[in-house]
Design a binder for this molecule. Structure first.
Ligand code: FES
Length: 403
């Protein structure tokens, strides 16, 4: 049985996002790629069974011929041909975490070009190579801009709000499906031009010069999804910014940040990191991120906590600055019990780590919530401090409140 995604006219508000930002790879005949389904800000796409007759076509994958149904993605064609795709990186599988065509982690060499297999339709005679090692990695990156408060991994003393302190770029594609996604215009963008790591690093470096700052950041979406791209990006950024003042900052949900990946990134030159710890309990994590597969949610959540501990033990504070983000809204936390327990757990790792409570607000699909008040955020701060943390800040609608 095949699925296509149809517009749900009861929910559609004609915002136009699916036309200007989500690029449909096959507007005349849905190939079931999922990009509009995940990326519609109003949840106005629904899966329906596709009973339209479809023929079979021949494709060549890694030199072998396969016969597959037409009107499906290259990813689906490979799955039907015995290739494995996963949403957590594994050695013998193709990593496909976003399913929206932005991260290019699932990219394969398709008819000679590197293309995201989740967002490319299968064609008669298509030739696919799954070994992409020799290819320059690509990824959709946009939103190059200066910022005056920075991100989660920015030290509090710099967040004065007086002038620019950092320039940042944003990577498309995320493995989570948070209804509160604050950057969904980038996260679900599949129409931007993919960039090489060298182009991304050169752009950010020229922004640094233009705005006369020393901090350069990449956020998302989720930057870590395309590991090869990110490592090359930071290596190049370091090469172009070899002075001692340069700071190379990664903001991440840390859900796939394994020890090996952390080591690669540290070696590539990052100096500041801001992992968001979405929750302590898997149920809370699922509620926030909408990851329905419990086993996968557990893996993501455990990996993010292990990443923070590993960075704290091995790299912090001498080799890297780490600031941790903790989301808060009543819809996630009806009381402060779990926030306090999160504080206890971070304090047991290292009480000196900067922790920032983030006031999650109505964005993307979660527009029925109310942004926490400054008073609520002060209570979050108090709970984290009572748990033993020494450097707690909270983000509020009026700016940051510091330690
Ligand atoms: S999984 Fe295909 S582009 Fe991200």
């Amino acid at each position: 049985m095949f699925i296509r995604y149809a517009r749900n006219y009861e929910k559609c508000v004609e915002c136009g996002f699916c036309e200007y930002s989500i690029s449909c790879p096959s507007p005349d005949a849905c190939i079931g790629c999922e990009a509009c389904f995940h990326g519609c800000p109003y949840n106005a796409r629904k899966p329906v069974e596709d009973h339209k007759p479809r023929g079979r076509i021949k494709i060549v994958v890694d030199g072998s011929e396969f016969e597959v149904p037409e009107r499906i993605t290259a990813k689906k064609a490979l799955e039907l041909s015995g290739y494995r795709f996963t949403r957590f990186p594994e050695d013998d599988a193709i990593f496909a975490p976003c399913h929206t065509g932005g991260c290019f982690s699932c990219a394969l060499v398709i008819n000679g070009d590197l293309k995201p297999s989740c967002h490319t339709g299968v064609e008669k005679g298509m030739v696919v190579e799954t070994n992409v090692e020799g290819r320059t990695p690509l990824r959709i990156i946009e939103g190059f801009s200066p910022h005056n408060v920075g991100g989660v991994g920015t030290p509090y003393q710099l967040k004065t709000g007086m002038g620019y302190i950092e320039v940042a770029a944003f990577a498309a594609g995320c493995n989570l499906r948070c209804g509160t996604c604050q950057n969904f215009h980038v996260t679900y963008n599949s129409s931007g031009l993919p960039m090489t790591p060298w182009e991304g690093a050169a752009n950010l470096t020229s922004m640094r010069k233009r705005f006369r700052v020393d901090r350069m950041a990449i956020s998302g979406g989720e930057p870590t999804l395309n590991h090869r791209w990110l490592v090359e990006f930071f290596k190049e950024l370091k090469k172009l910014n070899s002075d001692s003042k340069a700071r190379l900052h990664l903001d991440t949900n840390a859900t796939i940040l394994t020890k090996e990946r952390i080591d690669d990134l540290m070696e590539a030159g990052i100096t500041d990191i801001g992992p968001d710890l979405k929750a302590l309990r898997v149920e809370t994590f699922q509620k926030l991120t909408n990851i329905e597969d419990r086993e996968l949610a557990e893996k993501y959540l455990n990996t993010s906590w292990e990443a923070v501990k590993y960075i704290a033990d091995k790299y912090y504070p001498d080799k890297v600055f780490m600031g941790v983000g903790i989301p808060y809204n009543k819809f996630i936390h009806p009381d402060l019990k779990e926030i306090y327990e999160i504080g206890l757990k971070i304090a047991s790792i290292n009480p000196e780590i900067q922790v920032c409570g983030l006031d999650y607000r109505p964005e993307f699909r979660k527009r029925d919530i109310i942004q926490p008040t400054s008073e609520e955020m002060k209570k979050v701060k108090k709970a984290l401090e009572e748990a033993g943390l020494k450097k707690v800040i909270v983000q509020t609608s009026r700016g940051h409140i510091g330690p």
